[in-house]
Design a binder for this molecule. Sequence first.
Ligand code: SAH
Length: 239
Amino acid sequence: MNKRNEMMDRPVIDKEVRDYLRTSQKQLSGALGEIEAWANERRVPIIPHETVTFFRWLLPILEPKEILEVGTAIGFSAGLMVQSLSSDCHVTTIERNPDMIEKAKINFKKMNIENNVTLLEGQASEWLEKLEDGSVDFIFMDSAKAKYYDFFPHCYRILKQGGVLAIDDVLQGGTILDEDSEVPKRRLKIHRKLNAFLDIVLDHPAFDSSIVPLGDGLLLITKREKVDFSYMLPTDCGQ
Ligand code: SAH
């Protein structure tokens, strides 16, 4: 959580513009609005409001029925996705932190969306392996950034052709551009893994992709062709 909080203070766009995007665009009401305010007051990680606005605009256009989320936290983005769509949509969301799981369960009740959500408790790597090929229309990956590289082959496999994969926080407050020698040791692993991931996916011929500078950078990928990315999977049982 600390690393993410650190990046919250390094906007990738001008701070005044970012604040404008956060305060001038449509606000949330009801339980979802209360959860957003609660999290922001405590700096609990949730997507920032500019990404909230974008998802509320994007999802009704895409109309996904089956959604997968990696990184539930307190259930805010899962709730947002459900409430942006028709009542027959379903979100499967994965979380490993027991405190977050407890809060997410309470929030799903509070938002009255328990029937639309399946919470998978535990390591994402273990759950992702079990999910079926081509079974999901939209994936939101918002978990440990160093793991995006390892999780991507599964996410791509699980996604339907034409489906969209949204990956949060790929710019790391702009530090993604730094040379390895400029990066503090504690962030070096994330830095290298994210760069290696971006090197593979940004220019790949099998899909369309675009980084939108919302929050800390949201990468959007549309699956066009089937590709086996299993060569990227860790050979040990890394999580
Ligand atoms: N999507 C949420 C915020 C998620 S914050 C929202 O916007 O409301 C990232 C979450 O991912 C944290 O709660 C963290 O515990 C979880 N996470 C990180 N790595 C994980 C992993 N390998 N397996 C499962 N959960 C993971």
